[in-house]
Design a protein around this ligand. Sequence first.
Ligand code: FAD
Length: 325
Amino acid sequence: MIEHDVCIIGGSLAGSACVRELLRLKIDVVAFERDRFPRPKVCGGFLSSGAVSCLDQLGVLNEVRAAGAVPVYTARIRVGRAATDIPFDAPGGLGISRAALDTILGAQPEIRQGQAVLKVTRRDGRFIVSGESFEVSCRILIDAAGKLSRFSGRRATDEFGIQYEEPGDRGAVMDFWFFEDGYGGAVSIEGNRTNCCLLIRKEKLDHYLGNACHVTGPLAYDRVRSEYIAIGDATGMVDPFCGEGMRHALDTGMVAARSVARGIRDRRTYEEIRVDYEYEWYRRWSRRRGLAAAFRFVAGFVREGVQVNERTIKLMHRWWQRYSE
Ligand SMILES: Cc1cc2nc3c(=O)[nH]c(=O)nc-3n(C[C@H](O)[C@H](O)[C@H](O)COP(=O)(O)OP(=O)(O)OC[C@H]3O[C@@H](n4cnc5c(N)ncnc54)[C@H](O)[C@@H]3O)c2cc1C
């Protein structure tokens, strides 16, 4: 059986950010990714300013821009009859397909693509991680398997995500609109295309499914506490409306890597490293996730037909800016 210091389940955004940061810190790591990149993925395709900064820290921003990522400087938010434009902070956002983004981030020899983790057991203080054609033993296990991870429990909602592409470019504006059955977003991506994404309640899903669309769900914002170090969506989704899910995935991947490196250096136990990471996660993300939950609550009123005006949208954005940093 091959031995590693760290093993990560999932090699998409959170997993690959964690691999890259661990390698920078000279920690031995392997990651197993069920899919092979490029592959389609239900996502709005919008990278916030914060996510762009994370890509810069990871040293892949130039590659992402070279792949045709489209600069996005404004969000146009429409709720019923109200519409308002909100400019983004520097460096601005980017629009890119997940097929392209994940291919760039996942191109690391330490990320074994096309290999699903099927079982994890714990023996003598180590984790035994196995799939169809591999078995590894590691000291530290990290769950980066996304919102549907089978390794960390979740509280599922009745919401699903739908994604499809349209030909043509929308320029530097990210469109967001709320409607009775959910909300949607559209952003320009590489190759003169637009990525469209909807978040729809289960009972209305059939009305929105078309031939060329991809579906995911049920979405799960809150997780049952995991016994593993969980990063990205595996630790709980940030509401897609906030456009910060990818930033959360990249950021938590890097934060966990630093906790792990500190823990290995100081000879801490797995549980001590997990607590160190969770404290840091809480410090950086609990306020933003709380605000996102509050916005989700307000979006519920919109579904019930309550009218929201431009002032309310701007006020909510100001709250987000003030309390989410
Ligand atoms: C409808 C919708 C729209 C969104 N729009 C945006 C947006 O515009 N901007 C934004 O920032 N965020 C958005 N998000 C959120 C964003 O997509 C997620 O936060 C992000 O993908 C989380 O990354 P992750 O690496 O944690 O998980 P994922 O991207 O889900 O990756 C998990 C990986 O683990 C792999 N995996 C799973 N199980 C196993 C296993 N057993 N073995 C091996 N590998 C496994 C999967 O194949 C997958 O590649 C949106 C989400 C939804 C649902």
